[in-house]
Each structure stands twice: as C-alpha cells, then as structure tokens.
Design a protein around this ligand. Structure first.
Ligand code: FRU
Length: 437
C-alpha cells in the first residue's frame, strides 16, 4: 500500500513515529501500531519506507510482542545505523497482573524495559531471536519510575553513543535520564534532569538533536495543560545546553509549543539525505475515518534555529510536490492543495469552512465548522505574536490543515473532518493555489 504526502494508518490505529532513519538509500519510518482495530491497544511497530519523504510504501509489521519483556507491547523508540546495520531501540512493556492483558485490555501497573534489535537490511527483524535487553526495569525510585520510563532516543555524539529516556521523579514530576555507551550494548547512566516547576507528571518521547552549534530538546509532557479540554499532553520544543563529557543537560525557563494547533504529539527527528534535521509528529484524531483508520503524521518538516527561535519549515521535497498551479480547490488532486498569500492585520479567510484570521498581531484559527460532534476538543488556536509580516503557506488535505506562518516561524496544524470545497479570501487578494500532479 502506498500513500503520498502524509503517512497514515494503513488501517486500524497508529500513534507515535518511531525509528525514523535514512538508511541504505531509503527513509525508514516505523510507527506505533495496533493491527486489530482503530483504537490504541497492544503495541506493535508498523513499518513504511520512502525514497523521497513524499511517497510512503507500507511494509507491514516490523516488531511484535515476542519476549517476556515486551509481552504487552513494543512502545516507542528510535533507530541508528552502526557497522552497516540498522539498530532499533524501544521500550518493552509487560502488565504486572496477568489478568490485565491482553484479554482485559492494557492496564497499569506495568513494567518497562529498554530493548534493542538489529537488522542487516532494514527490512527483516528477528523478533524471536534478535531482541536483547539493554536496560532492565528501574528499581530505584530515586532514579526513575519502574513503570513510567520509556521512549529511548539514541544518537551518535563526537566519541560515543548517547541515549535519552523519559521518566518520572519520586514526587511525580517529569524527568530525563541520559546514558552513554561505547558499543550500543552496555549503557552507563550519566545524568538526571528534572525541572523545579511543574511541567506534567511524566515526559514522553524526549528527542535531543543539534542544529549547527544549537542544541534542541523536544518533550511531550503528560497533562501539562489542565483546563479540562482535550488534549492535555503537548509536544514542546526548547533550545538547551548539553555537555557531552558530563551529559549535563541545562533546561531553559522558556519553552514553546512545537505546533500551535495542539493536535501534534510525540514528534521524532532524524537527519535527511542532505544532513538536515527533519521531523514528523503524530496528528491525534478523535475518531476513525470511515470507521476504519485512525492516526496520521504531519508532513516532514525541516528544523532550524534562528536567533534562539526554533523554526519548523515544510521539507523542500514536499514543497516541490505541490507543482501544479490551479484556479480553485475544485481542480485539486485527491491529495489536496496548497494556498499561498499574505494576510493583513484584521483580515480573515475560510478554507473549506476552517477560519484563519490575523488579529492583534497573531494568527488565530477556528475549526468549529469543520469538526462536528467533539465539544471536548479545543476549536480555537492562536500563534504567539508574529515578528514581522504574515506570509501564509497553507496545506490542505481532507483530514488535516497545516498553516505555516512566515516560513515556519510558527505552525498551526489541525485535524478536521468536515471540510467543504469552498475557499473564501479577502476581495482582490493575490493568492496562489497549487496541487500535486
Ligand atoms: C506517546 C506514548 C509513548 C509510548 C507510546 C505507546 O504517545 O504514550 O510514551 O511509548 O505512546 O503507544
């Protein structure tokens, strides 16, 4: 099965991107996958590959529960290349009370172990004989939680391998553990980092990477915004300090939402063919499409840092895919279309019923007309105050609108279900519309 522009659940359910890696001429993108229905359940790793980040070919299931440590799921993780092999790292989970899984559904308490599996070619995975425990479940609450420790992200530093894990402090705050290894098998705990002020009760999917001499950390803190609305867990990004010799990580006071549409979660980065840092994130969906599939990823974005601010720009390969100019959305291909224009202060536009306005120096969006039946979800979204001007590049497909503001200064991406084919922009506006071939 092939998909274009966005990787989506081939059927059933997907959540986080996992093991994103350019390896032997292909982009490999794995994902949290439940193969038996459009809902979260015992986690597998699904697998898709692409030559260009635009067209994805689904390859089926790469990892499935097969050893005692991952009996109840293969949770999120990452990939690196070493000695020509693809090496995957992930969290295996096992429910502590056997009656809780899988018949009764996955339930706490559970035990989390960090595992590794290698592949010679990136396509075959020996689930029966190839899995190895690299970090047993934590047994010291002063280090982290036995249950809530997960999502290993591994990267190559100047002279060793490093791994960052999300965990929980003894008093239920978010925490990070950084390990170091010479050989990817033996890992030594080097540093522990938490924040003084509350930022959720556990930090999922930590992702550290370097952009030139800037260091960036992404986190997905659980329940960081408690205003009674869905969602309460969000992906954030920040410029940090990191010293390889000590693994000391310095977190700043300030952080930003990675995407102001507040649907994007659990993002992961890797390097593309040209060495750019690229990112995909899970776009959370409140219901299955046609009752069949739930979950998709945003289009791949390039991460850049300018003057201490992290930019998320649409990857050039994706920009290029929108190559054909059209006069109306009605001429668009089934993949969707893009809209390019400048919006002045006080102006508003409607994309298939989705409202985008520039007001008070910010961009605000409203999806209430295109997402019916979900009062629990937020419907209005706001960018921070824009620095200068307001160029919008808007990418529209049936279930997702991605609004890039000033080439990635901010992005607002929203899941929608009820778009119409109408486009309304202020009178006399200079607008460029494009679609894929
Ligand atoms: C984030 C997350 C991860 C976990 C995975 C389980 O969405 O909860 O922390 O590994 O999903 O599917």
């Amino acid at each position: 099965m092939t998909q274009t522009l966005h990787l989506k659940a081939p059927e059933n359910w997907i959540n986080d991107p996992n093991g994103f890696l350019y390896y032997k001429g292909n982009y490999h993108l794995f994902y949290q996958y439940y193969p038996y229905g459009p809902r979260w359940g015992t986690m597998h790793w699904g697998h898709a590959v692409s030559k260009d980040l635009v067209t994805w070919d689904h390859k089926g299931i790469a990892l499935h529960p097969s050893v005692p440590e991952d009996e109840d799921g293969c949770f999120s993780g990452s990939a690196v290349e070493h000695d020509g092999k693809m090496v995957l790292f992930y969290t295996g989970v096992k429910c502590d009370r056997p009656e809780h899984a899988p018949k009764e559904g996955f339930r706490e308490p559970f035990t989390s172990t960090q595992l590794k599996i290698e592949s010679e070619d990136g396509f075959t995975f020996d689930n029966e004989g190839g899995k190895a425990v690299i970090l047993p479940a934590l047994d010291d609450p002063a280090v982290g939680d036995r249950m809530h420790t997960r999502d290993p992200k591994v990267w190559r530093g100047t002279d060793a391998w490093y791994m960052i894990l999300g965990t929980q402090t003894a008093d239920e705050g978010g925490k990070l553990l950084i390990y170091r290894s010479e050989d990817l098998d033996t890992w030594e705990l080097k540093s522990q980092t938490s924040m003084h002020r509350a930022l959720g009760w556990m930090w999922e999917c930590p992702n550290y990477f370097e952009v030139g001499d800037q260091k960036v950390l992404l986190l997905s803190p659980m329940q960081m915004i408690k205003d009674g609305k869905v969602y309460d867990s969000h992906a954030i990004s920040m410029v940090v300090g990191f010293d390889e010799s000590t693994c000391r990580l310095d977190l700043p006071e300030e952080y930003e939402l990675l995407d102001y549409g507040m649907d994007l979660y659990a993002p992961q980065t890797t390097l593309d063919e040209e060495g750019r840092n690229i990112l995909v994130g899970w776009m959370r969906m409140p219901e299955a499409v046609d009752g069949r599939w739930n979950g998709m990823f945003c289009m791949p974005r390039v991460v850049e840092v300018e003057n201490g601010h992290v930019y998320y720009r649409l990857h050039p390969n994706l920009k290029k895919a929108f190559s054909r100019e059209i006069r109306s959305p009605k001429e668009a291909s089934s993949q969707g279309y893009s809209i390019h224009l400048d919006l002045e202060e006080g102006e508003a536009m409607y994309v298939g019923g989705y409202r985008i306005a520039r007001k008070g120096g910010r961009i605000e969006t409203d999806r209430s007309a295109v997402l019916h039946g979900h009062p629990e979800l937020r419907s209005q979204f706001f960018s921070p105050t824009l620095k200068d001007g307001c160029r919008l590049d808007i990418y529209v497909e049936p279930n997702l609108i991605e609004v890039y503001i000033n080439d990635g200064e901010y992005v607002i991406s929203n899941i929608v279900y009820d778009l119409t084919g109408e486009l309304a922009v202020p009178l006399g506006k200079d607008v460029l519309l494009k679609t894929t071939e």
